[in-house]
Write a protein that binds this ligand. Structure first.
Ligand SMILES: [Zn+2]
Length: 427
């Protein structure tokens, strides 16, 4: 194979090949040329051309020679993580997180704005958070900012208007509102789907084509991947597991207007409500998130009312997940949100319900895991979404190739990360 090529030959590498190689390196973190060929379907000459083009423009780097399982020497390749940046926003119910990630969706720094439950979240707060990100970047880093990913909670209608009770939005035209306050290409994804894809790309369900993500916080969110395809439904609202009626006779009223919904029993505000009603006592006047932690703590201290509430919430969560598992035969169910803080309480109870209600053939190959990405999953997922969408958009893809050529300038980001006490980049 020739070691050099002319400018004309380099220009002939189809963008489609480059995109395929970049997707593989994004999802696997590192791969040899042979592994890239197998994953992309390109032949070895095609992979070689694409890789040389990407090495030359600085989007890919050589990690050095390695030995394959058979003992043969091979070159291992990876994305150049600091070759581009994404702005990520997680419009969660109780807080809104803003962050900057590198090309691999690793969070370089982030901060959050609190949101009072149910009060209207104003777009000027959104604009201020984005402006903070931009203000902290050097001109070189700003040049390498490719796009913004946004994770939103709530349901969306056919006109793209969002209703999110937790953010105080009813038929809110989020896309138009963002376009009014931010001059940056952006992509929107629903919170549950974004977090599912984050777990699929980088977390507890890596490379798993059949998985669920369940998020318990102010509501009960759900998203599913079936044979590698996200469940969306006609309007993108598939997976409203929180509004499955788990007990038609239950008096618990849901914010959707029905009674007996899963969310009316198993969401964090309703866990707190049921504990207050059952124990006949109040909880410390702290944030809702801390109150649900207090209920978890009391259950561990053998408080009968707390145990009864956890039993009920976990039983109905397990029942609803069993129905979904029987329908869709997942390999992995990932649990996230406030459940991360109560793994010891929920996991055995949910497993027991699954074992009771899921067909043995489906249950035998089903695993329940907790989110590997924790509270950053919304930011990571939003950046993953922006990366994949940017590959599809010709103008943004061209920018990605172009911006990678400029000299990396990570010193400023390292300083900011240290100043803000952000988590270090994961190894
Ligand atoms: Zn409901």
């Amino acid at each position: 194979m020739r070691q050099t090529e002319t400018r004309g030959e380099m220009a002939e590498v189809p963008d489609l090949w480059l995109r395929r190689v970049l997707r593989v390196l994004f999802e696997r973190r590192e791969a040899s040329r042979g592994e890239i060929a197998r994953a992309t379907g390109l032949d070895s000459a095609g992979v070689d051309l694409a890789v040389r083009r990407l090495l030359r423009c600085g989007l890919v780097r050589l990690l050095g020679p390695d030995r394959s399982p058979s003992g043969r020497r091979r070159e291992v390749l990876a994305l150049e993580a600091e070759a581009g940046y994404f702005l990520a926003v997680d419009l969660e119910g109780t807080r809104v997180r803003f962050g900057l990630t590198n090309l691999l969706a690793e969070v370089r720094y982030r901060w959050e704005e609190p949101v009072a439950f149910g009060s209207r979240f104003e777009m000027r707060t959104f604009a201020r958070g984005v402006e903070k990100v931009l203000r902290n970047l050097t001109p070189e880093e700003r040049d390498r900012l490719i796009a913004m990913g946004v994770s939103y909670s709530g349901v969306i209608d056919r006109e793209g208007r969002i209703t999110a009770f937790n953010l105080g939005w009813k038929d809110f035209p989020l896309e138009q509102e963002i376009a009014c306050v931010v001059d940056l290409p952006f992509f929107l994804g629903s919170e549950s789907l974004i977090k599912l894809m984050a777990e699929h790309w980088q977390g507890a369900a890596r490379c798993c084509g059949n998985c669920f993500f369940v998020h318990v916080a102010n509501g009960v969110g759900f998203a599913g991947l079936v044979n590698g395809h996200p469940m969306r439904g006609r309007d993108g609202n598939a997976g409203e597991i929180g509004h499955i009626t788990v007990d038609p006779a239950a008096p618990d009223r849901c914010k959707c207007g029905k009674t007996g919904c899963l969310e009316a029993i198993a969401s964090s505000p309703n866990i707190v409500r049921q504990y207050r009603e059952l124990a006949g006592q109040s909880l410390p006047k702290v944030l809702l998130g801390d109150q649900v932690m207090e209920v978890f703590h009391r259950a561990r201290s053998r408080d009968p009312a707390a145990i009864a509430v956890i039993d009920r919430a976990a039983r109905y969560l397990g029942l609803a997940l069993a129905h979904a598992a029987n329908l869709l035969n997942p390999e992995v169910i990932v649990l996230g949100g406030d459940l991360i803080h109560a793994q010891d309480l929920f996991l055995p109870r949910i497993r027991a319900e699954l074992a009771r209600h899921v067909l043995p053939e489906i249950y035998a190959s089903l695993e329940v895991r907790f989110s590997a990405l924790g509270f950053d999953s919304g930011l990571i997922g939003a950046a993953c979404l922006a990366f994949h969408e940017a590959l599809r958009e010709p103008a943004l893809f061209a920018k990605m190739l172009r911006s990678a050529r400029s000299r990396p300038a990570s010193a400023n980001l390292a300083r900011l990360a240290a100043a803000r006490g952000s988590r270090a980049v994961r190894p």
